[in-house]
Unconditional design. Sequence first.
Length: 611
Amino acid sequence: MFLPLWRFRRSMAPHARALTGGVILVVLAAVMQVVLPWPLKVIVDDVLKTSEASDKNGLLRAFGADGLDRLQLLSVALASLLVFTLVNAGARYLGSRLLNGVGERMTASIRVDVFAHLQRLSLSFHDKQRLGDLVTRTTTDIDYLRAMIISIMAVLVPNVLILGFIATICLVVDPTFALIALAVAPLLFAMVVIYRPRVKAASRAARNKDSDIASAMAETFSSVRVMQSSTSEGRHEADFRDRNGARMNAGLRLVRLQSALSPLVDVIVVLGTVLVLWFGVRRVLDGTMTLGLLLVFLAYLKALYDPMKELAKLTTVISRGQVSAERLLEILSTAPEIIDRPGARPAPALTGAVELRGVSFGYAGSEVLHSINLRVEPGRMVAIAGPTGAGKSTLVSLIPRLYDVTQGAVLLDGTDIRDLQLATVRTQISMVLQDSILFRGTIYDNIAYGSDHPTREQVFAAAEAAHVDEFVRALPLGYDTPVAERGVSLSGGQRQRIAIARALVRDTPIVILDEPTSGLDAISEQYVMRGLDRLMIGRSVIVIAHRLSTLRRADVIYVIDHGRIVETGKHADLIAAGGLYSRLDGLQDIPANRAYPKHVAPKPIPAGGLL
């Protein structure tokens, strides 16, 4: 039960003082809970004098109050009752507040740890994960873990203390009667032991179905245009209905277990109350127990059974929290595959020389690239062409070490990339993808995203160089225009230009372009190509392309088929050779004299470059 807390102890350490203070206050509240019934015993047995056996346990003598008259005793007892109640209430409030605060802060820290860890896990991990499942783990699972942590701290710990204190006092005061009062405790704990694995299994099934639903929703809403254009709403709705039905059935099983638990606890508690009243009243009648002591035991009975009921009912919360903790620990225990080698050194300022030497790569038991040899000289442009699925995007992903090669080596300025610190390598590489990703924020924010601390002059210069300014100028809010999620409020060409501006702000010696003009109309393509022209000046460029407008610019073209380089050369030579390159779809000729659209000349780039 406490294992999840122990596994997350690092998140608990910064809150040690608050945790200690909360535990002390909870202990104080438990002590006050234990002494609360005794003023009532004094009133019944010593003020009202219901028995000759009053103060037979020496309670008044112990506190030096045996010489007081009845009214004085009544005043002392009532004052004690008031003080005990106030201290109990204050300690419970402050203790609960501190422990609940620790629980909230712990889960906030865990949420950040999980999010940060997910960002650092390799692409091979993310390739196998469902987006909805990851979102569920970082949201709902964290909430269930928080509920468990708070329940353990604010409910379990104080109730266990109260049980321990009361059981000890009862055994000291009247061992035989205490054993009668505690007779049903084994039944309660046996029921918890029996129900806990069942509830945990049902909770795990429900959590897995929650992930299925979240994944289905994420997939559907991220492709809503395709869904609506292909009129496949009914198919998605049927699939969602099936998943939702499976989640409902798992939830109903959990509900049945939860519903059975509470009445069973109540029945066992009433059984214990009946036993105590049966034996207690008979002992009062035969004079072996005072009425006041019976009332104390009845008060303790409630104080015993309430924690037992709470602990039994915590089974669902704790079982659900344990399942969520296991799901979170599964992520946190997954080590990133792409890490710095021991002794890896910071990458120096690179000139841009890139070489893939005898590179092979595969995943999921299938080899994707075979013995690739490719070289990019500093400041030169290399194009990679080939049919769909040939391995082009995988190849360029090896250069910033998004994946590690299985054989051979990727060299930057002659040094194996694995011998260089990963972060210092990636800061010197920019990527412009076919589907440019824009983030929540403004257009300005998305351009500035390329660097940690760019100046406004650098951002605006990059925007003009990438021809972003030409469409931003027409927007009412200009660069402060909010960007819709994934940039759907902008056209493909506009998103690409923003991505190019982001790369210009980044100002790296190596630029990777993954079909940056694919899917664009001719006008948008030429705007984007003008931006790319500015981006490629003085940089080493690796571009995946199918269009002649891009391929003609390359110093050398590598043609890949089934993960192997099958042709190498310039555009004209490859066309003349009549091989695979000349037969690739999309190599339609474009008139060389096509005019670029009119544009406003960009302002000079700030001295010292964009950065």
